[in-house]
Design a protein around this ligand. Structure first.
Ligand SMILES: [Zn+2]
Length: 300
């Protein structure tokens, strides 16, 4: 689930605001019986988080890589990006429907107004999204590959692997390009397109037309030059990039992967990169990714 899908979920689940939780089931061990009889005061999205605010606390749902949900809202069916079966983590019922959540990380936030814990200027879907702030933050990582930095939730909250790949293709950028080698003009274009494409993602999701409109993600031929689309797991995060070597000017050395080296490559690259970074910048960044605003109570 990427930011636009979670943004859409918050919108679709809005009829639960003001409703009281009826039954509560699920295999989560955070103490979910606490929800019973509590009234939902607000539902909002931030990056890949979906937050249910109650009177004195909030539930933060972080969809991670494969988390998803399904809901019935006033008789209408609403679903996340993936289909799931098996034991759900949490099921909440209301008088006007119910929501089921799978494979997500659930956490209580002990705050009567959890919205305050979030920096919405870093949320790609927010009206207060700040591209200039993103530019400054990206420039702090000159040795990082742009594909990794685009997934940094402290900079681009809500950007996932689909948005990353599409934006890099749309701006004709090599996923392996180091931030320090990217011109200001190009970097501004990438940041601007992260927003533009995320908005398009949202509109396509609304009409169930996302997958067929993706240009590079999980494609086999480039829609521009009809060349081969390569797939490589790389970078500190070990995530997969899909790219056209010709349109995105990817160096030849990046196209050759020795047999069997792909899975090991991700882990090795991660160790080397973390070790080579100075003064714990990566750990601070990763902590920020897990927690929307560092240094605030109850937000991690
Ligand atoms: Zn191409």
């Amino acid at each position: 689930m990427e930011g636009p899908s979670i943004h859409l979920a918050a919108e679709q689940l809005r009829p639960f605001v003001g409703r009281k939780v009826g039954t509560v089931t699920g295999n989560s061990r955070i103490g979910i019986e606490r929800f019973r009889g509590k009234t939902v005061r607000d539902i909002f999205a931030w990056g890949k988080h979906l937050v249910f605010q109650f009177d004195t606390f909030a539930l933060r749902v972080h969809f991670m890589l494969w988390g998803t949900f399904a809901a019935t809202v006033r008789g209408m069916s609403v679903t996340g990006d993936y289909r799931r079966s098996g034991p759900p983590r949490l099921v909440l019922t209301f008088s006007n429907g119910e929501i089921t959540i799978w494979s997500a990380s659930l956490k209580f936030v002990e705050d009567a107004a959890a919205r305050r814990d979030y920096d919405f200027t870093a949320d790609i879907m927010s009206d207060t999204w700040d591209p200039k702030a993103a530019f400054r933050k990206v420039r702090a990582f000159p040795r990082e590959e742009i594909a990794d930095v685009l997934l940094d939730q402290a900079i681009f909250a809500g950007v996932g692997n689909i948005i990353k790949n599409e934006v890099l293709f749309r701006t004709r950028t090599s996923p392996f390009a180091r931030v320090g080698k990217i011109s200001d003009r190009k970097l501004r274009a990438i940041i601007a397109d992260a927003r533009v494409f995320s908005m398009r993602f949202l509109e396509l999701r609304r009409i169930f037309a996302l997958r067929k409109n993706l240009e590079i993600y999980r494609r086999s031929a480039c829609p521009n030059c009809h060349g081969k689309v390569y797939r490589r797991v790389h970078g500190e995060r070990g995530r997969r990039s899909f790219f056209c070597a010709s349109c995105q000017k990817v160096p030849k050395g990046r196209l050759v992967t020795p047999a069997g080296a792909v899975s090991r490559g991700g882990a090795r690259a991660r160790r080397v990169s973390v070790a080579s970074r100075s003064s714990g910048a990566s750990t601070a960044s990763d902590r920020r990714a897990a927690s929307p605003r560092s240094g605030r109570k109850g937000s991690s």
